[in-house]
Write a new protein. Structure first.
Length: 120
């Protein structure tokens, strides 16, 4: 009688563990992208906190840097990021950007809802 509920708990536990692992991989990749925008002696990926602000703060990313990062994210993860409020919310920190990427990876983008960022 208990085998079914225990299996269900194990299955959900396994899914949560896989999700955390996938989230950690996305955050790690994002940190590598951000660190790659700087000289290696100025910023290393392992020194970037998940909740550290991307814009301003210690990293001091400006709008051009953010646009460059958006293009890298679009190419690396195959998602489109529209400009405006969505862009500002997604680029608050590594965590918010990873969450944005994960949400886009799980749900299909509706046609016309997000356009790739333009370099102009």
């Amino acid at each position: 009688m208990h085998s079914r509920p225990l299996f269900t708990i194990w299955r959900y536990s396994r899914k949560a563990k896989n999700r955390r692992h996938r989230d950690n991989l996305v955050r790690s990749e994002l940190k590598q992208l951000v660190a790659g925008m700087f000289r290696p002696d100025l910023l290393e990926a392992n020194t970037i906190a998940d909740d550290e602000p991307l814009m301003g703060g210690r990293m001091g990313l400006d709008s051009i840097d953010a646009l460059e990062l958006a293009i890298c994210v679009e190419e690396e993860f195959g998602i489109a990021i529209s400009r405006g409020a969505e862009f500002l919310i997604a680029f608050k920190s590594v965590t918010t950007l990873a969450d944005f990427i994960q949400s886009r990876a799980r749900s299909p983008v509706r046609s016309g809802s997000a356009a790739p960022a333009s370099p102009l």
